[in-house]
Ligand binder design. Structure first.
Ligand code: CO
Length: 343
């Protein structure tokens, strides 16, 4: 177990939702033999274009791939620790799992190597070929042995939600091996209806995450999974908290909703965590009331377009949250979840 650096700030800030992208160029990406691989087109001026095959995906800056620049920006933002995870564009769940197993290993090795720039401040999550659970298990265990502190998964695999027996088998493996899981929206539903205004971020992502949580609750998956499974959903759990009353109401009134789920949905809130990326003080207060103080941890979505510009500032400056809860959300919950310590 690695320990934090001995920081002197009053409350340490751990950002659990921060992405990286490896320095993989076009030629190397194509050597993994699947269609439209993502890659990074570095411009040489500290910026780069993230590429999705031949399509320009997003203009990005060097902290995304350079851990030294990342640490400088963490200093500027007063972020003590980041848990870095692969950019979801890299998941590649639609391609041949054998190739994606090699691809994931390459990305995960880059993530682990990035943390060596400062092992007390940078911790990494791995990705896996989730379309093939046997290979996913091999890669997650290899990565954990190499120093990763958890696994980063998309909200579905080619339309299969988390109530799919194979997905549950993977979560079961993570529980028995003590591997924390962070679930992130990707490949949003109904993109043809959300071509403009970032609607895939504003509607698709929260809906994806909500669907992912409900897949685990209403299928009874949480009844079958060990209670010590550590699972966290990004973006405050998407639409979930606001719709929990609607869900409980439906469960009480309709056999169709409760047929596989023996307890009211709100009782499963204690089985998972969410990050704090909701961007509004009152919403965060509400999220803490729904989830409980120990199940919300700071996550900013650094360094992407809808990430918090000054990660952790909203929590730190909140007038609706007491100091003890700030400590819990900014630091303690993440330290417990990912098994890192400042002792
Ligand atoms: Co993100």
């Amino acid at each position: 177990m690695r320990a934090f650096a001995p920081f002197t700030r009053e409350i340490l800030k751990i950002d659990t939702h921060a992405h990286f992208f490896p320095t993989i160029g076009k030629e190397e990406a194509e050597s993994f033999m699947f269609a439209k691989p993502p890659w990074l087109n570095i411009n040489g001026d500290d910026s780069a274009m993230m590429m999705d095959g031949d399509t320009e995906y997003r203009l990005v800056q060097s902290p995304l791939w350079d851990p030294v620049d990342r640490l400088k920006e963490m200093d500027d933002n007063e972020i003590d620790v980041q848990i870095i995870s692969p950019t979801p564009l890299l998941f590649s769940y639609t391609s041949d799992p054998k190739n994606v197993a090699r691809w994931s290993a390459r990305i995960n090795d880059f993530g682990a190597a990035s943390c060596e720039a400062n092992p007390q401040r940078l911790y990494s999550l791995c990705q896996v070929p989730l379309q093939d659970i046997d290979q996913a298990r091999v890669e997650v265990s290899r990565s954990m042995a190499a120093g990763h502190v958890g696994v980063h998964l998309g909200t579905h695999v080619n339309g299969r939600n988390f109530d799919d027996p194979e997905m549950i088998r993977f979560l079961h493996y993570c529980a028995t091996e003590g591997i924390p899981v962070l679930i992130h929206p990707w490949d949003m539903m109904a993109p043809e209806r959300m071509p403009k205004y970032m609607l895939q971020w504003l509607v698709g992502m929260p809906a994806e995450t909500h669907l992912s949580i409900l897949s685990l609750i209403l299928s009874g998956a949480f009844e079958r999974l060990p209670t010590d499974l550590k699972v966290c959903f990004a973006h405050g759990g998407g639409s979930f908290a606001m719709l929990l009353g609607r869900l409980d109401n439906a469960w009480h009134r309709h056999e169709l909703v409760r047929q596989d789920c023996p307890r009211p949905p709100s009782e499963y809130v204690e089985r998972f965590s969410v990050d704090s990326a909701v961007f509004d003080d009152k919403t965060l207060r509400f999220l803490l009331d729904v989830m409980g103080d120990t199940r919300v941890m700071m996550g900013s979505d650094y360094p992407f377009p809808l990430g918090e510009i000054h990660p952790g500032e909203m929590i730190k400056n909140s007038e609706l949250i007491d100091d003890a809860t700030k400590q819990t959300v900014l630091c303690d919950n993440a330290a417990n979840f990912f098994g890192i310590t400042n002792d």
